[in-house]
Design a protein around this ligand. Structure first.
Ligand code: C5P
Length: 218
């Protein structure tokens, strides 16, 4: 029996996480936040104080790490039994994740961990290469984006609301750098998958995006 997959790819800050989680909940499907797998590896690599160029050592950690995901209201991630949820969202983790995600050998090790999420009754998979590499046969593919300025502003507001000091110019620069790295890497670059529905969320509310995506599923 074929397990249906809905992929949602796009750059960071486009609202993929919120939209994917809400759509998975509405459909009663499983949810894969593939970025959190790369982020978890980044947490492990930072904790081990590894040189970010030491690809064999990073791959070794990727092979050995055990990850547990609890995708309830809030995603909880355990790395080797330890709750690392609080460390996943930091800029340092995100930037490290983006650096190590550029290595093909690292991506190869993490491929099966992502494929294992494809279970009945269905899967909503969010990331950069869900529709182009990991779930190429997905029934429905979405590419969700927004302008870099809009994404930076959303991130800035989130941080300020959490009481975290933030600088809009710096966030915009980091978002542009990360986009560039994700789009220009040789292995599984961020791209609009063939046959994907392209949604620009710059002037849409989250609810409007959720409605558009859910309407794609019959
Ligand atoms: O989506 P998120 O910001 O959590 O992803 C963190 C980083 O992990 C991204 O910048 C990207 O480099 C990498 N990533 C990836 N492929 C995915 C998901 C995330 O390369 N499918």
């Amino acid at each position: 029996m074929v397990v249906p997959v809905l992929t949602i790819d796009g750059p960071s800050g486009a609202g993929k996480g919120t939209v994917s989680r809400a759509v998975a909940k509405l459909l009663g499907w499983h949810y894969l936040d593939s970025g959190s797998i790369y982020r978890s590896l980044a947490v492990a690599v930072l904790a081990a104080d590894l040189d970010l160029h030491d690809i064999p050592a990073i791959c070794q950690i990727a092979k050995e790490m055990s990850l547990e995901f609890d995708c309830g209201e809030q995603l909880i991630v355990k790395l080797d039994g330890r709750d690392i949820t609080g460390q996943l969202a930091t800029e340092a983790t995100g930037n490290t994740a983006s650096i190590i995600a550029a290595y093909p050998d690292v991506r190869a090790v993490l491929l099966q961990k992502q494929k294992d999420f494809q279970r009945l009754p269905g899967l909503v998979a969010d990331g950069r290469d869900m529709g182009s590499v990991v779930f190429q046969d997905a029934k429905i593919k979405v590419y969700l984006t927004a302008s870099a300025e809009e994404r930076a502003e959303r991130r800035y507001k989130q941080l300020i609301e959490k009481g975290i000091d933030a600088n809009l110019h710096q966030i915009t620069r980091e978002i542009e750098e990360r986009d560039q790295r994700d789009q220009q890497r040789a292995s599984a670059p961020l791209t609009v998958p063939q046959g994907a529905h392209y949604i620009d969320s710059s002037s849409l509310t989250i609810q409007q995006v959720i409605d558009q995506v859910v309407n794609l599923v019959d």
